[in-house]
Design a protein around this ligand. Structure first.
Ligand code: ASP
Length: 315
């Protein structure tokens, strides 16, 4: 058994550990942990502590993957709803679809009894509006939100400061490897913007035969590179976990156009190894780790991706 999650996971990590120890299916264990993270207002990137889009609405994204069946459920840009990782899990269990977005996801949530909840906390509302007041002219503020938003998305969106995700990867007692994610995405994002967190293959992927991966930070890059799937596929082709992660980050590093910033890659393999690597992120990145030989979860430091790494294709 193993559980890896990013530093934002603290409110729910022990819950997932407890459930894994009790032989709960890994998807149930990690969705339960993520629901705790979504409820915690002190986590300023997920659920109640998250950030609204440019027009002040919370639009949350989440994804869940069962690596044994390769079934996926995901929801994107869902308004007025928590918990969204649990909603993504319901998409997987109840529908012939993989992904629901926007009003359709909200409609499904109502059908299965998720309450309407604007999710937006007072502090996020205040910071959101103060930022707009700095950026917009008095005329624009009066007309807001009926003004062109696209020019603003270049200046106001601040992904380095106000964004993150929670990602959980587990191998359960039945050796099933699973992944789940949840985020409010970039603060001041353009309405309807999806990041990588609800996109299977980009923000998360799991295959119990080989391993799983999940990304945080710049979804605009991992969606272009299919990062999570790349890592698992490289392991299928026989690469070590570390080589698989380095090769996937090589692809991110090679991007030269578009929006470019940091990415953190989290990954586990079927042998119980794990890797968390930080690429172009300022400062030290931490993550949570647990395996049965540890008496309690540990907060560890991610390695920095080294462009001169020696894990080459073929290793
Ligand atoms: N990857 C997320 C997104 O692009 C945000 C983050 O993890 O910082 O929406």
């Amino acid at each position: 058994m193993i559980l890896v999650a990013n530093s934002e996971a603290w409110p729910g990590f022990e819950k997932s550990v407890g459930l894994l120890k009790a032989n709960t299916h890994g998807v149930d264990a990690i969705v339960a942990g993520i629901s705790e993270v979504e409820r915690e207002i002190k986590v300023r990137s997920v659920g109640y502590g998250g950030w609204p889009n440019m027009i002040g609405r919370m639009e949350c994204d989440a994804g869940v993957m069962d690596g044994t069946t390769r079934e996926v459920g995901s929801v994107g840009a869902v308004p007025d709803t928590l918990p969204v990782a649990a909603l993504a899990h319901e998409v997987m269990k109840r529908l012939p679809h993989v992904m629901l977005t926007g009003e359709g996801a909200r409609r499904f949530a109502s059908e299965i009894g998720f309450p309407l909840d604007d999710v937006l906390c007072d502090d996020s509302r205040r910071v959101w509006w103060e930022r707009l007041q700095k950026e917009l002219t008095p005329e624009e503020l009066r007309a807001f939100p009926d003004i062109p938003l696209a020019p603003l998305s270049r200046t106001i969106t601040d992904p380095e400061r106000v964004r993150d995700t929670t990602v959980f990867l587990s191998q359960d007692s039945a050796r099933g490897i699973h992944a789940a994610t949840s985020t409010s995405g970039w603060a001041w994002k353009y309405p309807g913007r999806l990041g990588d967190s609800p996109i299977p293959g980009a923000g998360f992927y799991a295959d119990s035969r080989y391993g799983a991966a999940a990304c945080t930070h710049t979804g605009e890059m991992t969606m272009r590179c299919g990062t999570a799937r790349s890592i698992v596929l490289a392991m299928r082709f026989g690469h070590s976990l570390r080589a698989a992660v380095d090769m996937a980050i090589d692809d991110l590093a090679e991007l030269g156009t578009g929006f470019l910033a940091g990415v953190v890659v989290h990954a586990i393999d079927a042998a119980g190894n794990h890797e968390v690597a930080s690429f172009r992120c300022p400062g030290e990145i931490k993550y949570w780790f647990w395996e049965p030989k540890l008496s309690k979860p540990e907060l560890r430091v991610a390695r920095q991706y080294d462009p001169q790494h020696t894990t080459q294709r073929g290793n």
